[in-house]
Design a protein around this ligand. Structure first.
Ligand code: ZN
Length: 239
């Protein structure tokens, strides 16, 4: 199912984000949009690949906008873009932009045609905004991925052992859960101390405004890339 069969012919508006862009040899630009209430859809942006194009920078990946679309018999066409947030400041920092683009690819890979996921679009938007406002990228990624997994019901419990339910004060990584020392079994991964667990919890619990300055104080002292890889593999398994 590709999702657009359900749409009626004619104009409609939908808000969301440009996830992918692909220019054809014929000078057409195809956009993969993640849309609220609709899920992901490919749309044709006529002439956008030539020169400046009629949409300017509005067809760049990571642009959030209200899109006016036209459903013809076979294709969906982009008619207007009302840009709401272009993350312009984020684009000027190569490290942040690379991370944001990686998040965008992950979101695009995980969204299913015909299955809207408005919660994910929200987590993605706020993660990008945190990154733009200076949150530490790796810590922001943990927050983003954990909240995404939590919404799917598959985030590792940060409070209790995933096997016996004992409140955690120090834990080991199991395959899908954090485990208490008694349930650790043969897991050879290193101990997460009580204070480190507090940091992992705070990263997902803090308000948006508190999170940004706090994230810069905890970037050292935890192997965030390794933790984020744990969450990414849980995400892949949950698809
Ligand atoms: Zn246990």
């Amino acid at each position: 199912m590709n999702g657009k069969e359900n749409l009626r012919q004619g104009h409609f508006r939908a808000s969301g984000v440009v996830l992918r862009r692909c220019d054809t040899a014929e000078g057409e630009r195809l956009l993969y949009l993640g849309l609220k209430g609709l899920g992901p859809l490919w749309v044709v942006a006529p002439g956008a690949a030539r020169g400046k194009g009629r949409f300017g920078g509005a067809t760049e990946p990571l642009v959030w906008a209200v899109f006016t679309l036209y459903k013809a018999s076979r294709n969906l066409y982009l008619k207007e873009v009302d840009v709401r947030y272009d993350f312009w400041a984020l684009r000027s920092r190569s490290e942040s932009l690379a991370r944001a683009a990686q998040w965008g690819r992950l979101v695009a890979d995980c969204l299913l045609m015909g299955h809207p996921d408005d919660a994910l679009l929200g987590f993605f938007f706020w993660a990008l905004q945190g990154l733009e406002k200076g949150a530490d990228g790796a810590v922001a990624e943990w927050r983003f991925l954990w909240r995404w997994l939590h919404d799917r019901g598959v985030a590792p419990d940060l409070d209790r052992c995933g096997r016996c339910g004992t409140p955690l004060d120090g834990a080991f990584w199991g395959d899908e859960h954090l485990l208490c020392p008694a349930c650790r079994g043969s897991s050879g991964s290193p101990l997460l101390t009580g204070p480190l667990l507090q940091v992992l919890r705070a990263a997902v619990m803090l308000s948006r405004d508190s999170f940004i300055p706090w994230s810069m104080t905890v970037r050292e002292g935890a192997d965030w890339p390794a933790f984020n890889e744990r969450l990414r593999s849980l995400l892949r398994e949950s698809l």
